[in-house]
Design a protein around this ligand. Structure first.
Ligand code: SAH
Length: 264
């Protein structure tokens, strides 16, 4: 049965960053499907950030959670990164890794995998340092607000990356459409949006705690992106066939769109 919608405040109270990292971002796991979900997303991000035009000064990560995987390919193409998330404990967990603090999640196997995709596994330590230097701010945001960063105004970005956030934050397709409009205000006209979106998924769990997910189809995401003032450049759905007790996902969409140059 579809989960009851989990409100933004529910994330603040119940999202366990370390549980999430352990359940979804460990390379070594005995779970059926193992790290297939993560590796599929990493390959999709690698491919999207290799496209022409995906470079510039400022990249904003919307709904970063406690994770860096959505930044590993991206960090090669942008000078400065700003990471945004609603939940305090997720931003704190990310900061822990950025500052190399004791108890931070070990991303090393994941970084090595992405370096391998990029052609040189040996560059992992260098990439970690590069990413740590490039993330300049980790700030609170709420994608359901017209001005997602509240009183803080950020320099307009050349690119937004958002992985698995809007489908968690939005109750229905109307909310999803308006969240896309909201985050598009963070982007320069002509700037790019890179999204990883769960398809056909109604819930996911962290340590048995259930979170709702907006069940989306490929064409719904594409139409919502276009309606928010973007031109879809590339949209590729990968089926997810693994029997997985963490969620009921049927596929993952990798989408790149460009904010129309005339958008205001
Ligand atoms: N991008 C990460 C985390 C996805 S989990 C990854 O790819 O794994 C979903 C994230 O969305 C959580 O970190 C949660 O705090 C965030 N989130 C939920 N509602 C939000 C909202 N209204 N505004 C901003 N972020 C939100």
């Amino acid at each position: 049965a579809p989960a009851v919608f989990t409100e933004t405040e529910f994330y603040q109270r119940n999202f366990d960053p370390q549980g999430y990292l352990k359940d979804y971002y460990s390379m070594s796991t005995s779970r059926e499907g193992g790290s297939a979900f993560m590796m599929q997303n990493l390959r999709s991000l690698h491919k999207m950030f290799s496209l022409d035009g995906l470079r510039g000064d400022i990249l904003i990560d919307v709904g970063c959670g406690p994770t860096i995987c959505q930044l590993l390919s991206a960090c090669e193409h942008f000078q400065e990164i700003i990471a945004l998330d609603y939940t305090d404990q997720n931003r704190r967990e990310l900061e822990k890794w950025l500052k190399n603090e004791a108890g931070a999640f070990d991303w090393e196997p994941v970084v090595k995998y992405v370096c391998e995709l990029e052609g040189d596994r040996e560059k992992w330590a260098e990439k970690q340092e590069k990413l740590r230097k490039k993330v300049k701010q980790v700030l609170k945001c709420d994608v359901t607000k017209a001005n997602p960063t509240g009183p803080v105004s950020l320099p307009p970005a050349d690119c937004i990356v958002s992985s698995l956030c809007l489908e968690s934050a939005c109750k229905d397709l109307a909310a999803f459409r308006s969240a896309l409009r909201n985050i598009s205000t963070l982007l320069k006209p002509g700037g790019h949006l890179v999204m990883v979106t769960a398809l056909g998924d109604t819930y996911y769990t962290i340590n048995k705690q259930v979170f709702s997910c907006l069940c989306l189809q490929k064409h719904e995401v594409e139409e919502a992106v276009a309606a928010a003032g973007f031109e879809v450049k590339c949209s590729e759905a990968q089926p997810y066939a693994v029997k997985d007790d963490r969620m009921d996902l049927t596929g993952v969409l990798g989408l790149v769109a460009r904010r129309c140059p005339s958008a205001s």
